[in-house]
Design a protein around this ligand. Structure first.
Ligand code: RB5
Length: 146
């Protein structure tokens, strides 16, 4: 599976940890930066990762900033993206099962590396349940076309 990843300076350290873990597990990771803790604007980076997912260059995307909020807002502005800001394991599982999210956002200043890695792995390995959730996702995505 090909995964897009991006961050700003606030998410740089966590992005490197998540990226290394995914590569070690055999995922192909496309890194859209940033690549240091020098201050940058998170929309520039989150947009690139979201666009790669929306254009089907990558199947899923991971975005990290200080809180996870900025990058999640940016990702969700891109047509076709369903990005969840997740800092707990219950939501990591539920957002795949119910929302079929194609991107996840986390805050490097919010959670520790251990929990972030568990969240990422749960999210990567949980399947969408379909069924009653299909019509809800269809309604959600129809809003983008209005
Ligand atoms: C950067 O200082 C910070 O605003 C950013 O990482 C993020 O938390 C925005 O939502």
């Amino acid at each position: 599976m090909k995964i897009a990843i991006a961050c700003d300076h606030g998410g740089y350290r966590l992005k490197e940890v998540l990226k290394a873990s995914m590569i070690a597990q055999g995922y192909e990771v496309i890194d859209f930066g940033t690549n240091s803790e020098d201050s940058v604007d998170y929309p520039d980076y989150a947009y690139k990762a979201a666009k790669a997912v929306a254009d089907k260059e990558c199947e899923r995307g991971v975005v990290v900033c200080g809180t996870g909020i900025g990058v999640s807002i940016v990702a969700n502005k891109v047509d076709g993206i369903r990005c969840a800001l997740v800092h707990d394991l219950f939501s990591a599982k539920a957002t795949r099962q119910h929302n079929d999210t194609n991107m996840i956002a986390m805050g490097g200043r919010v959670i520790g590396e251990g929990l972030a890695l568990e969240i990422l792995n749960t999210w990567l390995h949980t399947d969408y349940e379909g069924g009653r959730h299909d019509q809800r996702i269809e309604k959600m995505m129809a809003i983008e076309k209005q």
